[in-house]
Design a protein around this ligand. Structure first.
Ligand SMILES: [Zn+2]
Length: 264
């Protein structure tokens, strides 16, 4: 989940065109009736930024050369808020790039995804809903990371169900989805601070969705997949931030070099 408040997750101009203020297009001053010099139409920078069709990042720093695939014992299923899907700064999609078995479901309050419901009932999987353990009313459902190893020992595939949206959206998904009520709640306990630079987090302790997944994979024993996702997130973060500054990354970062090595 992106733990940022709604006002801080607003897209910056690079991500979408701002509406043109019709007041600036008047050819005559409305107060005096005097003709005005023509003004250049204001356009947000993002409205003409060319994006790579592969990675959807600005072409200036395309992420495609660094796309890697990894394997993990645990799976990730994303329950994504509809508002989050089309944001280019969404990091949930990075998880599926690295781990192709990742499932992505769109959350609609009144229409739960039938395939998700079926998968939640599939005995091959041991799904955990990832959510903080800061409220008392579901304390009896809270488990620790040990439960992941226990699921594996029992021959089941652990699944991290991530609520992908702003903090408020994630809380709403958690509270308004009765089919999640029977799942164990696995809070992520981590000392890690966010490196995400594309949205302003409420706190450095609030990790974005890809960071949460990488940390869970690491804690659950999928170290190689965790490292790949972490590096891919890092490359995304650096590439996007540089493009916003209209800077081309000339020398690959350490994470980018590790990704290139992994691809061989
Ligand atoms: Zn690309």
């Amino acid at each position: 989940m992106q733990h940022d408040s709604p006002d801080t997750c607003a897209e910056r101009p690079l991500d979408g065109a701002l509406s043109h203020d019709p007041g600036t297009a008047l050819s005559h001053d409305p107060a005096t009736g005097h003709p005005r010099p023509p003004r250049r139409e204001f356009k947000a920078r993002g409205s003409f930024v060319a994006r790579c069709p592969g990675c959807h990042l600005p072409e200036l720093n395309c992420l495609c050369p660094y796309a890697v695939r990894a394997e993990s014992e645990a799976r990730v299923w994303l329950l994504t808020h509809p508002m989050e899907h089309h944001k280019p700064t969404n990091t949930g999609r990075l998880i599926r790039d690295v781990l192709p078995e990742t499932e992505v479901f769109t959350w609609y309050r009144t229409a739960p995804d039938e395939r998700l419901l079926a998968l939640l009932d599939d005995p091959r999987y041991a799904p955990f809903v990832i959510f903080p353990d800061d409220q008392p009313d579901y304390a009896e459902r809270v488990v620790g990371i040990d439960a992941v190893a226990e699921a594996k020992a029992a021959g089941r595939t652990p699944v991290y169900v991530l609520l992908d949206g702003t903090w408020r959206q994630a809380r709403r998904i958690f509270r308004k989805s009765p089919y999640l009520d029977r799942l164990p709640v696995l809070p992520l306990h981590s000392e890690r601070l966010t490196r995400y630079r594309l949205r302003k987090p409420a706190s450095a302790a609030h990790l974005c969705t890809a960071e949460v997944a990488a940390e869970l994979l690491r804690q659950g024993g999928d170290d190689s997949a965790a490292q790949a996702l972490d590096d891919y997130f890092d490359a995304f973060n650096e590439s996007y931030a540089a493009s916003r500054r209209f800077e081309k990354i000339e020398a690959p970062t350490a994470a980018m070099r590790r990704l290139l090595e992994r691809k061989g």
